[in-house]
Write a protein that binds this ligand. Structure first.
Ligand code: OGA
Ligand code: NI
Length: 365
């Protein structure tokens, strides 16, 4: 038998992304070694992070927004409007969702990703509008994608109809409870946002048919990465709905772009991170911008995040609110949410910045 020293070492295997079933399994299999070049996705420096700004991220107290005292309520509406205008991101506290529910839904989400690959892969679906989709950015999901990201995901439509994987045991039950509570919090925020625009509390909710609207329950898994400086968990993007509400397992990684700089979003215990999305930018006629954000990964620990996007119904036409157009010209043209999502996909394949720019009315139009 030849000794180990005389056995020629195998040629480094060329890792084609489609050979990789999940980043979780892949990360475990290559622990400590170099990542394939297809994952070299970072395009802007990781060092360009404005940590001094992290502490300025607005904090919104939901219990003040729902206060029956008109002075307290009005103050909270003002703060909310300022947070949307200046940052488009804020930390939501006193939201009324119990710590134990948050802990349970995070725990079950991790358990889902810890299922054997074959069991998760039952939910693999290429369709953009599929009610449940498990996947990894290493599989050719993003048509036209040439770089890949260090993330596995589970995307579920939880509104208007509730879909959910039936495993692991108990996940569906906490998922139901959590998705309903998040939807209610998003609705309350939209009422406050409507008031902050000088409108009636229900103007946004009613004119966009929000109560029949769409909710995407997204569970992101970011395993440890041996070369975190070369890749991203998620590239810079804006979210497509009105509001995204996010929780995580206490591990940072989310960064938002503020005044040209990346800012780490460091969560307070038991708070929910909220950001404004493209549909809010449209209805507010450009007043409340949807904010660019991305996810960086780390070498040591697995991060899980639950990002719940809250939007209008797929077939609802969305444009700047008519009440705002009494005093100003429209900045965006109207389009159904479904058409917007398709446009977004197309724009991504064409390597253009984002769908929203295609809706912008140019001065000569
Ligand atoms: C998203 C997102 C951020 C995170 O899912 O759209 O931006 O921290 N997630 O996982
Ligand atoms: Ni996002």
């Amino acid at each position: 038998m030849a000794s180990a020293a005389t056995v020629p070492s195998p040629a480094p295997q060329k890792l084609h992304p489609s050979d990789i079933s999940s980043i979780k399994d892949f990360a475990e299999s290559i622990a400590g070694s170099a990542i394939p070049s297809t994952y070299h996705s970072i395009t802007e420096g990781r060092d360009d992070v404005a940590d001094e700004l992290a502490a300025s991220l607005p904090v919104i107290d939901l219990s003040l927004l729902t206060s029956t005292d008109p002075v307290i309520h009005a103050g909270a509406v003002r703060e909310l409007g300022r947070a949307c205008q200046d940052w488009g991101f804020f930390l939501l506290i006193n939201h009324g969702i119990s710590e134990s529910l948050i802990e349970d839904v995070v725990k079950k989400s991790l358990e889902f990703h810890n299922l054997p690959f074959e069991e998760k892969n039952e939910f693999n679906d290429e369709g953009m509008f599929a009610p449940i989709r498990y996947g990894t950015s290493a599989l050719p999901h993003g048509i036209g994608e040439t770089v890949h990201y260090w993330r596995d995901y589970l995307k579920i439509t939880t509104f208007p109809e509730f879909n959910f994987p039936n495993k692991p045991p108990g996940f569906k039950e906490v998922g139901y409870d959590y998705s309903r509570k998040i939807r209610a919090a998003a609705r309350t925020l939209l009422q406050g946002i409507s008031e902050s625009l000088g409108l009636e509390p229900n103007t946004i909710v009613e004119s966009t048919n929000f109560d029949s609207g769409f909710q995407k329950f997204q569970v992101n898994l970011y395993p440890p990465c041996p070369q975190p400086d070369l890749t991203l968990g998620l590239p810079a993007h804006t979210d497509n709905g009105f509001l995204t509400l996010l929780i995580q397992n206490g591990i940072g990684g989310l960064q938002l772009k503020h005044e040209g700089k990346w800012v780490n979003v460091t969560p307070l215990p038991n708070c929910i991170i909220v950001n404004t999305g493209d549909q809010l930018e449209v209805v507010s006629n450009g007043r409340y911008k949807s904010i660019w954000h991305r996810v960086v990964v780390n070498e040591r620990v697995t991060r899980v995040s639950l990002a719940l996007g809250n939007g209008p119904p797929y077939d609802q036409e969305i444009g700047p609110l008519p009440q705002l157009l009494e005093k100003e010209k429209p900045v965006f043209r109207s389009i159904t949410y479904r058409e917007f999502l398709k446009l977004q996909q197309k724009v991504r394949c064409d390597n253009k910045p984002r769908g929203l720019e295609e809706l912008r009315i140019k001065p000569q139009d």
